[in-house]
Design a protein around this ligand. Structure first.
Ligand code: CMP
Length: 138
């Protein structure tokens, strides 16, 4: 069981004023915000963050989108964080998401799907360290 996960609020959701609603949903579902920052990623950072997708056809498009504006990176803590957060956000494609999920409420399409959530405890460890070295956590 993993107790932490990384959420990224993606550029379109930031532009659409969804930050408050998303953070509220996260808190209402008993996740603790252990670290948070707003930033605009460089292409180099985005390529590295999404390196597991480097051979996928959508990789460069995804990098362009994720660097197109500000994002919010949030380190979330809760028992069973990875799995519970993936349930809360819903499937990758918002068109398949059900009411009550973050991607249903704020997602636009499969790429601009409002939020990223770590997909395994191993990736959560890597992704949390990517944005938040241990000293930056509360
Ligand atoms: P995310 O949770 O950030 O992890 C990888 C991202 O790649 C995913 O959300 C989507 O934004 C994007 N993605 C996954 N599959 C596709 C696809 N088939 N076409 C375009 N983008 C995709």
């Amino acid at each position: 069981m993993s107790n932490k996960t990384l959420m990224l609020i993606k550029p379109r959701a930031v532009k659409n004023n969804c930050i408050g609603m998303i953070l509220n949903t996260v808190n209402e579902n008993n996740f603790r915000i252990a670290a948070m920052k707003m930033l605009q990623m460089t292409k180099k950072q985005a390529r590295e963050f999404y390196i597991v997708h480097k051979d996928r056809s959508f990789y460069e498009d995804l990098v362009d989108f994720m660097t197109s504006g500000a994002i919010v990176a949030v380190l979330l803590e809760k028992e069973n964080a990875v799995e519970d957060f993936r349930t809360l956000i819903g499937p990758t494609n918002p068109k398949e998401a059900t009411e009550g999920t973050i991607r249903y409420a704020c997602g636009y399409d499969i790429q601009q799907n409002a939020v990223h959530g770590s997909d395994s405890p191993e990736n959560a460890e890597r992704e949390c360290n990517f944005f938040f070295p241990y000293a930056e956590r509360f």
